[in-house]
Design a protein around this ligand. Sequence first.
Ligand SMILES: C[S@@+](CC[C@H](N)C(=O)[O-])C[C@H]1O[C@@H](n2cnc3c(N)ncnc32)[C@H](O)[C@@H]1O
Length: 412
Amino acid sequence: MAEHAETLLPLGLRLRDRRVVVVGGGRVALRRVGALLQARAAVTVVSPEVVAALEDLALRGQVEWHPRFYADGDLEGAWLAMACTADPEVNAAVLREAEVRRVFCLRVDDARDASAWMPATGRSGPATVSVHGDRNPRRAAALRDAAVTAVEAALRDDPGAPARPPLRDDTPGRVILVGGGPGDPELLTLKGFQALATADVVVVDRLAPLAVLDGLREGVEVVDVSKIPRGRFTPQEEINAVLVDRARRGLTVVRLKGGDSFVFGRGMEEVLACAEAGVATEVVPGVTSAIAAPELAGIPVTHRGLSQGFTVISGHAAPGDPRSTVDWDALARGGTTLVVLMGVETLPAIAGALVAAGRDADTPLACVMDGGLPTQAVLSGTLGAVAKDGPPDGLRPPAVTVIGPVARFAAG
Ligand SMILES: C[S@@+](CC[C@H](N)C(=O)[O-])C[C@H]1O[C@@H](n2cnc3c(N)ncnc32)[C@H](O)[C@@H]1O
């Protein structure tokens, strides 16, 4: 007998600083956590193990992680709970505690008894579209896509505008490298967004805009290959092998990275590995954090009268480190704005080398952390002070450091 559709009350939850407990640490949890952080929720993850991107978020203080099994009482103080484990008994226990505490709870494996259901969501400018498809995720996602297209047309004040053109889909099995921008899902390009809509598999890095994972079609395989600095990582050869393997099975694979794939993103290595295996690739450029993170903090990398160029450098190897091939003396004399990525630990050594090579010790410097994320923050200083006293207090990765007079424009 057909079940009667239930009438829901669709709400927009305002979760800023409100505790949300996610039980489970796998790929489904990752999808939910990305969206929760975008809503600025105070997220606690309870799981003995988590995927690398979640571990990275915990190390960066973006989520609180309890590396253990769920226990009754974990939902204390929560406004919302999400039961995301692979074990139906654990999910049922989370739901039971949520009921007792009167906390709304989603359950990924079996939504029937859950007190809240996750809609398919999409965003377009100021509008959020959220669709419940009577617990049919595919129908919800299809309706969501149609609704987003309609909303975009309405926002352009052009109700007759054609729907988004689909990406070429005549080549079965291919890899699309998508530069995801610095972290804000709205800084993903339209073409990147379209690519994600066609994906069967998404291979994702920790600095990619994780919030977009929540909008993927149900059933899309998410492979987390995050590289945590000095921590867990998936070797590049393994990433290449995953891309080739899935594409050879005829699947459309989106390789989603932070920023732009060709700026310290090892994108070309993946393109070459695919080419060698006979797998077709497409590269969708992204908004690189090298320019966007400063810009989001009010800093232009060039400015007439102040800087006639900018140089983007990886700071992962300090000056003097045998792995460094950078001519720091030449950079000190070059007169361009210097933009340093992956240079949090090495910043004092870099500042020291530049001052020693003749760059003015009063040169302003600004470090933009978590550019484009709700937790974005900026620290300012001078080259001389960092060389002498160490990095500005509170500096943590990921950060882009801008060195040069333009750094004075840093807001906040
Ligand atoms: C491996 S590189 C990848 C760069 C990326 N392909 C791009 O174009 O932005 C990682 C470094 O990028 C910088 N980075 C990436 N996302 C960032 C963000 N949202 N805020 C600040 N720095 C970021 C940091 O310097 C980080 O260590």
